[in-house]
Write a protein that binds this ligand. Structure first.
Ligand code: DGJ
Length: 677
């Protein structure tokens, strides 16, 4: 960064490391119809003065002044890795502090802004982004991002940006299935293992926005943060607004290196500390086996079978609470349904425990069905505008967590559930987008704060629950991957990646997920065939192999498996337990993308290169063509590796010549475990 003559804070460079700061020329700029602010690459642009680009800050100052101009005032090095740069508004006591925290071992820079009203009158924030990032000059830039829909999340999309502005966002109240808050930029030349790639991720689980915009001359600028759509924040004198964090990452080793840096960063810095270092357990989840039809009897029978194949956590999904026979009723009434559990949950939990497994449970605490006692008692506890329709999605409404009593209620019910029952795993679901975002009993000037306050409330409740129940593993879910982001990852140990459990579709969804997020956080289940969504029927082996690339779960109806299939499932789970440390804590190499090859290949390598596991999947094979050998990566060239306990190959051979995929026919799969001898 530098400080321009007029004291604006400007970016000098973001990319490969440069040791000598002195080599940067003094910054200046002039061109007709391009104000200096457009040429100088401001770090935190405002709506004010001669500025026509996406502002990071749009504030209404006292007296109806909507012009806001910030000047550098001083900076503080909080510690070796944390810089705080203060800027002040030229006419009002508004202080904006830009925070930069660097994590050089991951090529990551974390940024956020803090806006403090030091004046005597209130200020209204109409936009308050986390920051802007300036890319090196040139065009076009290729934008790579993760897009999709319910049951088709996080698929990789690429497009070239030539001019103007591209906006990715969510206005749904949550992160969204449609777009994920992460972008990658390269000059169209990077591939998996070579070339420069820049990335920006946002740690926020509510309305967000990432804008890629050409400003000035061939200058691409990324601005990211809370979406300004319907946003308004009332900053009373003395109050401060802290933005979510933005994570900027860079690699000159292609998309693969960038992902590996992000994954390591997440495992060491982002994921909740108490479980980050432990293996994710193998879970059984009742959803695709029983749907809402859970009861003491069938859970006992399933638990017996789950324990037999090596499951470690037995999770009861939706359907266990009062009145919940389908999705039209029950949300809000969080007691075990006496028709299904006449003796409560305890006998099931005891049974699960006696089988050596932990018990897990599904909740959707932010929601209420109008057909519930909770809603009949508190119709004012949901977001709504008085006298207006309340749009339902999946027959449910969103609880207004901005209200203190609602927050207390949600925290209380979950705390009670975890205190009164021996529960080791919670799946926290969220199955609708927001609508009619009204909070009628709040002061008028605060009513639009709900978008931010709701997310903060979810975060606070989760943090408090984690504090009170540190052994519990929390899985984040929003109808699959509707709330996957770094903010959620700081509070959830893992995500339910997608309701799409088709093992082939999953290769695409999981590949996209892996661009930004680590395997340890990626829940993946083996489910029954034909798949409920795609009607496809891959073998049990293929389904296991596809799901073994993340945190493995099972939701296949074990009651319908033959003894041979049960034995096969047991063997796969045993195999998974032998390799999960490599998958969950290793480096991922996307050797062959299912988007471009008939055989997809993914490789995980322990950080010390002593072990590796390769997953191979044949998709639609054509014309009888042989598949060329697949070159491995990340091994120690001078070491020898044993493949599946049998033949040995040298590291340099495996990386320079490769392995034969050895798959004949469609939808075949193979997993190869390599160990250094
Ligand atoms: C959506 C989730 O993604 C599913 O796994 C399941 O938990 C259902 N909700 C239950 O209603």
């Amino acid at each position: 960064m530098g400080i321009a003559q007029d004291q604006t804070l400007v970016n000098l460079h973001w990319g490969g490391a440069v040791e000598s700061v002195r080599d940067f020329a003094a910054v200046s700029g002039h061109f007709p119809f391009e104000p200096a602010s457009h040429l100088l690459r401001e770090e935190y642009s405002t709506f004010g003065g001669l500025r026509f680009m996406e502002p990071c800050l749009k504030a209404e100052l006292p007296g109806g002044v909507r012009d806001c101009v910030l000047r550098y005032s001083r900076h503080v090095i909080e510690d070796e890795a944390h810089l705080a740069v203060e800027m002040r508004e030229i006419g009002y006591d508004l202080k904006v502090t830009l925070h930069y925290k660097s994590y050089p071992e991951y090529n990551v820079l974390v940024r956020w802004a803090e806006i403090l009203n030091e004046g005597a009158a209130p200020v209204r924030l109409e936009e308050a982004l986390s920051g802007s990032l300036c890319l090196p000059y040139g065009r076009p830039w290729r934008l790579t991002y993760l897009a999709g829909h319910w049951a088709g999340e996080t698929r990789v999309v690429e497009e070239n940006l030539w001019a103007g502005k591209k906006v990715l966002e969510s206005r749904r109240g949550t992160t969204s299935h449609q777009l994920n808050p992460v972008v990658f930029l390269d000059r169209g030349e990077a591939d998996e293992e070579a070339g420069e790639v820049w990335a920006c991720l946002l740690a926020w689980s509510g309305n967000w926005k990432i804008v890629a915009e050409y400003v000035g001359h061939e200058q691409l600028r990324l601005s990211a943060g809370i979406n300004d759509f319907d946003f308004n924040w009332f900053l009373a004198p003395g109050e401060r607004f802290v933005t979510p964090r933005l994570v900027a990452a860079y690699s000159d080793g292609g998309f693969g290196t960038l992902s590996r840096l992000l994954h390591r960063f997440q495992r060491r810095v982002i994921l909740p500390k108490n479980h980050a270092g432990r293996p994710r357990p193998v879970i059984f989840n009742t959803w695709e086996t029983l749907y809402f039809n859970v009861n003491e009897e069938n859970l006992r029978r399933l638990a017996d079978l789950a324990a037999r194949i090596g499951v470690e956590v037995f999770v009861v999904d939706d359907g266990w609470f009062r009145g919940r026979d389908n999705d039209t009723a029950g949300l809000g009434d969080w007691e075990p349904d006496p028709r299904k559990f006449p003796r409560g949950l305890r006998p099931v939990i005891e049974h699960v425990k006696s089988l050596g497994m932990r018990f897990g449970i599904w909740v959707e605490p932010e929601m209420v069905n109008p057909n519930s006692d909770l809603y009949r008692r508190h119709p004012d506890w949901v977001y709504h505008f008085p006298g207006r329709p309340r749009s339902e999605m999946r027959n449910q409404l969103v609880l207004n967590l901005c209200k203190g009593d609602v927050r207390e209620y949600v925290l209380g019910l979950l705390d009670r559930l975890l205190t009164e029952n021996e529960i080791g795993f919670v799946k926290w679901d969220m199955n609708r987008s927001f609508s009619e975002p009204g909070w009628p009993d709040a002061p008028y000037e605060r009513q639009r704060e709900i978008w931010v306050r709701h997310v903060r409330a979810v975060y606070e409740i989760l943090e408090e629950l984690r504090r009170r129940h540190p052994d519990v593993i929390f899985e984040g879910c929003s109808g699959g991957g509707g709330r996957v982001d770094l903010g959620a990852m700081e509070r959830f140990d893992q995500f339910w990646t997608s309701d799409n459990t088709d093992a082939v579709d999953r290769l695409y969804i999981q590949e996209g997920f892996s661009y930004a997020y680590c395997a340890k956080s990626m829940g993946a289940w083996v489910t029954g065939v034909p798949n409920f969504l795609t009607n496809r029927s891959p073998s049990l082996e293929f389904r296991f192999h596809s799901a073994m690339m993340g945190a493995l779960g099972i939701s296949v109806n074990l009651l319908e498996l033959s003894p041979e299939q049960m034995e096969e499932a047991r063997m796969h789970i045993e195999h998974y337990k032998e390799i999960r440390h490599i998958v969950q804590d290793g480096d991922l190499y996307r050797l062959r993308s299912p988007r471009r090859h008939r055989v997809a290949a993914f490789q995980y390598v322990t950080e010390d290169a002593s072990e590796s596991v390769v997953f191979l999947f044949s998709l639609l094979r054509g014309f009888g063509e042989p598949e060329p050998p697949i070159r491995l990566r990340g091994l120690d060239a001078r070491s020898t590796y044993q493949l599946d306990g049998q033949e040995t190959r040298s590291g340099d051979f495996l990386m320079s010549v490769g392995i034969e995929p050895g798959l004949r026919g469609d939808l075949k799969s193979r997993v190869i475990h390599l160990k250094r001898v």
